[in-house]
Design a protein around this ligand. Sequence first.
Ligand code: UD1
Length: 356
Amino acid sequence: MARILLTGGAGFIGSHTAVALLGRGHDVVLADNFSNASRSVPARLKDITGVDCPVHEVDIRNTQAMQAVLAGGAFDAVIHFAALKAVGESEANPLLYFDVNVAGTLSLLTAMRHAGIGRIVFSSSATVYGAPEHCPIAEAAPLHATNIYGRTKLIMEDMIGDLVRTGMLSTAFLLRYFNPVGAHPSGLIGEDPRGVPANLMPYLCQVAAGQRDCLTVFGDDYPTPDGTGVRDYLHVMDLAEAHCAAVEVALGTYGTHAVNLGTGTGYSVLDLLHTFERATGLAIPYRIGPRRPGDAPSCYADPTLAKAMLGWTAKRTLHDMCQDSWHWQSLSAKARQAAEHGGSQAPTTAGAQLLA
Ligand code: UD1
């Protein structure tokens, strides 16, 4: 059993990882500034797991506060999720992204050094491969940033790798996520984007819930089987279990290890849309629009190393991902509508129709 601090522990991937770690008997402490996470998450984690996780409301950029959190904790490792992740916002406000992601990570690493904590599992992204030359993508593929968000992930990977090389850290796992979707099957935690969702699954869920009229498919003239973009969608609970494996392996290994986390199978936008329709019984209105600038035609992982190093492979299907995303979305839409209308109205499905 290990004692682990999760920065960004109330966020989408952090909260699911907390559930998985608690399920394996680890001691979990959350640190979050709640800038993009709901304050209801800790209580929901307790509903799911029966465990009351200690929570520190703290910003990773506050080195002194992070030192205070780490100093008293006797932590074996830190899993570092806290970061901003919106590509468009990163291009509009690069300084904010360098501040939160890069300076925030520097601050965390400084606090870890102070507390003598030498193991980190870092939330990286397949975005570090830029526009991949071919798929499946292995970890040795060229690294390339195509936007500021991707640049910050590359800088953070390099900083952590350099600290391992020079001996300040003993072990680092750089986990490169492909496309995390889905939610805990309880429907109590999930992804809750602020504003208009930029990513496909949250947008699809909001169309299904009647919050948006129609999904725009960004391009149908890519060199893919049906012309729409292909991605490696991964259930967030599979991703959470990969973090458990990484922490457990990190306790007995040294060095920096970059590891892809994906299923190894690519699905198109239309594959996802039609699977979602089958999983939910809802017909989703969509239209074909122009390509989104910066999108690659295909992006899916070679997950061989994750299996070899972590003993991990993704188990959940695309159908599971759609079902669990929708379960979460429909429960949270109901809760929102109850709050707005004093609990008197059922949720609408203005954008979506029930399938015959
Ligand atoms: C995006 C980011 C990536 C980030 C990842 C985080 C861009 C260019 N890339 O990846 O850096 O790491 O999110 O999860 O923003 N699509 C539609 N209609 C929509 C939304 C998306 O057709 O309304 C399509 C996209 O063109 C793409 C696929 O769905 O083919 C998946 O898109 P998305 O969920 O945004 O993920 P990525 O683009 O892979």
